[in-house]
Design a protein around this ligand. Structure first.
Ligand code: C2E
Ligand code: CA
Ligand code: CA
Length: 830
């Protein structure tokens, strides 16, 4: 069962898990569709333009730093609502541009477009131009420059009140240091440059570093002095122990200008030595690596400076920024080829040509694949769980089928046998007798009842008492098998034996053997226990039916008890007389049931103080003369017919109440007797309710008398009856109080309204010297808020005494015997 619960839980869990995975997958793909196609960060153009500036680039859009410059500028200009235009000087590699041509172009252009609020200057040449033509082209307009390799130029510009900007750090020294560390054996440093502004700055820096490298030879390789083919040749012939520093170098001696890409291609293809570069560009193309200024980062700062200048309208605090962060980038596969030590590189080095690890290459598709995999596995698990669950169902079904079969067997055993003693039970033996024996059969029935078994139970506990019984039965079983007898458990400690072909006498062998078996000491640990039993026997006589034999044997057994236990009584003529009488009464009862053979007498109950009638007890009579309630009521109870009498009397009483009412009489409550066997009449309360409704009698005119014992049983059945009577509004009277039970404590909780003190107590105690007992009981009842009816008052002096004691109600021959209805209703004491 638990296993299945777990499986069901797992199955549900896996279902939800797979649904979650699928959802995650869906979200992943949606995200991929929305964002995955264009992952490039695009800085949005400003929606609203507050400022317009002009960017004068020394070069052109293809120049290798241009992209990074524009990207950096846009990152900080656009969010601040600053739009920019660009003008290109196309001066790549040419150091000698006079600028006249460009000046004319600019002059024209600036006259046509609306005024720019600031001029951005990219790289050295444009700055030279700006200084030269500032007055004519953009007087009083702030100029911000950047990417200036020539420090003196930058410094000069920064002294101009309208100019401020950024120097471009070359990071040649840092690159050289790294080269030295990576190749400690290479002692020749070759500086490749040209005669452009930047190239000249480069080679002068290169030479200044020579002093710092003792024992190294520095070689200057000026591309502006070489043809392309010479350059290729020279690069190919570089000394084996050299390192090439590839700086700004895009022209040749024939005035050709090469793009950075094309020049880099030439350099990397020709040179066999490691190539370092201290500028951006060429990464991953064959340049080993180097440290260079972060161009984009510098331009971001340029944009910020522009914003500051425009919004504050003043010069920035620092007019020349001479430091911009660097980036270190290296070619991963070349590092490997040269067998270099990676640990010498800074932590934040960016690697090119790094074979992507599986994870980084396929990392993105990993999660969806894993999710898909999980989904599949989980779904497989789901269906597997389903199968397993149905298998547990099948297994369980099989099991419960077996349990069912087993329990059927068990049930039929239980139905036939007494489990504790492993002998037939009462029902089975009764049926067997009825089916096998006739009046003519010859056999004897013995009922054995262990003496004082109740005490054994109390002294030794139920289980030991059971064991004692089992011991006795085991002894008897030997005889039973030998003689072909039957043995059954007939009641708690009652056993029933059927002895075929025998008519027992007091002196016969069987009786002696039985006593011997029962009286045999029973070992009980170190001690032994001796028990005795009372037996009743009934023997076939050719006329008595088997079920009557059982009753007779029981009667005989009770007789044996009465005669002092530890003996046997064989059912005899006197008893037979009684039995015959019982049979006769039964017949009369049967006739009475069939022929409306009952009527009621009503015994008035008199208020002790006022002597007024306060109620009646209804007492049944048979129309057949000579049979009294003391005779037929016990027979009716024994034969299971009392419920019929209960219904008949109740109906007679309610009809009588209706008749009295219809005659215009004043009604008083009438009580009817309720015998304990009537508890089996489950429909009785409904029956009463129907009658009360049918005859329209208020429920307070009907009372029920219940004997003390029934109240004390505390059975669920009895409690149910009491509650239903109370719910109907019918009062309960306790009959025969004082006959059985000594404890009075129960009076505080039982649901009874009136207590009827039994005649025997009146007879015993309502005499001179003893009657304080009766007075105390009366007071006790009043304290408990209960009324009391005192039964069996026959003499005046009894009545007077009771009146003195404050008694409530008297019922007795002194006032009236039970009398017919018409007399009863008009009865008065005087
Ligand atoms: P009970 O319920 O204790 O009824 C009281 C009995 O005492 C009645 O006898 C009544 O006539 C008798 N009695 C009343 N006052 C005196 C008195 O002063 N002196 C003497 N000697 N007897 C007195 P009854 O009518 O013969 O009934 C005997 C028993 O039969 C009742 O005892 C009751 O247990 C049973 N019984 C009578 N009628 C019914 C009935 O309709 N249904 C049931 N279930 N039992 C009934
Ligand atoms: Ca009664
Ligand atoms: Ca009574």
């Amino acid at each position: 069962m638990d296993k299945r619960k777990t499986l069901i839980f797992l199955r549900n869990f896996s279902l939800w898990l797979s649904i979650l995975c699928l959802l995650a997958l869906l979200i992943f793909f949606l995200r991929f569709i929305v964002t995955g196609i264009d992952k490039k960060e695009v800085v949005k153009r400003p929606v609203e333009v507050y400022h317009r500036v002009l960017f004068i680039s020394s070069y052109d859009p293809l120049y290798f730093t241009y992209d990074a410059q524009v990207k950096g500028l846009e990152r900080s200009l656009y969010p601040n609502g600053i739009e920019y235009d660009v003008a290109y000087m196309y001066s790549n590699g040419r150091g000698d541009t006079s600028g006249d041509e460009f000046f004319n172009f600019m002059k024209q252009r600036l006259s046509k477009v609306k005024k720019y609020e600031a001029i951005l200057i990219g790289d050295d040449l444009a700055l030279e131009f700006a200084i030269k033509y500032q007055e004519e082209l953009f007087p009083k307009i702030p100029v911000i420059f950047f990417g200036i390799n020539d420090y003196e130029l930058a410094l000069k510009a920064s002294l101009n009140p309208m100019m401020s900007g950024f120097y471009e750090n070359d990071y040649l020294e840092e690159t050289m240091n790294l080269a030295k560390a990576l190749f400690p054996d290479r002692k020749t440093f070759i500086g490749l440059h040209d005669q452009s502004v930047a190239g000249k700055v480069d080679i002068s820096t290169f030479w200044t570093l020579r002093d710092k490298y003792k024992g190294y030879s520095f070689v200057d390789l000026d591309a502006s002095l070489l043809s392309q083919s010479d350059l290729v040749f020279l690069l190919a012939e570089l000394p084996k122990d050299s390192i090439l520093f590839y700086m700004n170098c895009y022209s040749d001696k024939n005035q050709n200008v090469y793009s950075m890409l094309s020049r880099t291609g030439t350099v990397v293809r020709s040179a066999t030595v490691p190539i370092f570069r201290n500028y951006v560009g060429g990464e991953g193309m064959g340049v080993l690596g180097g440290i260079h200024m972060d161009v984009e980062e510098q331009c971001v700062k340029v944009g910020e400076m522009v914003k500051e200048v425009l919004t504050k309208g003043s010069r920035p605090e620092i007019s020349l920024v001479d430091y911009t962060e660097s980036r270190t980038s290296f070619d991963y596969s070349l590092m490997k080829d040269f067998k270099l030590d990676f640990s010498l590189l800074p932590k934040d080095t960016i690697f090119y040509n790094k074979p992507e690890s599986f994870i980084s290459h396929y990392g993105k598709i990993f999660p969806p694949i894993i999710m898909l995999f999980i989904t599949l596995v989980v779904l497989m698990f789901y269906s597997k769980c389903g199968k397993m669950i149905s298998m547990t169902y099948i297994a369980e079904l099989k099991k419960s089928q077996k349990v069912l079969l087993d329990s059927q067997e068990q049930l039929s055993y239980q139905a036939e046998y007494d489990e504790i003693l492993d002998v037939l039970n009462r029902r089975t033996i009764t049926a067997w007798l009825r089916d096998t024996m006739t009046e003519k059969s010859v056999y004897s029935i013995i009922i054995i009842d262990i003496d004082d078994f109740k005490m054994l139970n109390e002294n030794y506990g139920h289980s030991l008492a059971d064991s004692i019984l089992q011991y006795v039965v085991a002894l008897l079983k030997g005889m039973v098998e030998e003689g072909g007898w039957k043995i059954a458990r007939f009641g708690g400690d009652e056993l029933l034996l059927v002895i075929p072909d025998e008519v027992l006498t007091m002196e016969c062998q069987i009786v002696r053997q039985l006593f011997a078996a029962i009286r045999a000491p029973i070992p009980l640990g170190d001690e032994t226990l001796a028990i005795t039993a009372s037996m009743g026997a009934s023997c076939s006589d050719g006329i008595t039916p088997p079920e009557q034999h059982v009753i007779n044997a029981e009667t005989a057994m009770y007789e044996a008890k009465k005669r002092g236990k530890n003996g046997i009584v064989i059912y005899d003529d006197e008893m037979k007389e009684k039995a015959l009488e019982e049979i006769r009464i039964k017949e009369k009862l049967q006739q009475a049931f069939d022929n409306d053979g009952f009527f009621m007498l009503y015994q008035p109950q008199i208020d002790a103080q006022t002597k007024e009638v306060s109620g009646y007890e209804a007492l049944v009579r048979m129309k057949e003369p000579g049979i009294y309630p003391g005779q037929f009521i016990p027979v009716a109870e024994r034969s299971g017919w009392i419920w019929r009498i209960g219904r008949i009397t109740t109906e007679l009483v309610i009809k009588q109440l209706a008749a009295w009412r219809d005659q215009g009489k004043t009604l008083h409550p009438v009580s009817v007797n309720f015998s304990s066997n009537q508890l089996n009449d489950h429909g009785y309360v409904d029956f009463v309710e129907d009658l009360l409704k049918r005859y329209n009698i208020p429920p307070q005119f009907l009372e029920i008398e219940i004997t003390e014992g029934l109240f004390l049983e505390k059975s669920v059945l009895a409690d149910g009856f009491f509650r239903r009577f109370k719910d109907l509004g019918i009062r309960l009277l306790m009959d025969d109080f004082g006959t059985g039970y000594s404890s009075l404590g129960y009076l505080t909780y039982i649901p009874v309204d009136v207590i009827k003190l039994d005649k025997s107590l009146v007879d015993t105690y309502l005499v001179e010297g003893k009657d304080s007992f009766i007075r105390n009981i009366i007071h006790l009842m009043h304290d408990l808020d209960k009324n009391m009816i005192i039964e069996g008052v026959e003499e005046e002096k009894q009545y007077l005494r009771l009146k003195e004691f404050g008694a409530d109600t008297i019922q007795g021959y002194f006032f009236s015997k039970p009398i017919p209805a018409n007399e009863a209703i008009d009865f008065n004491v005087s």
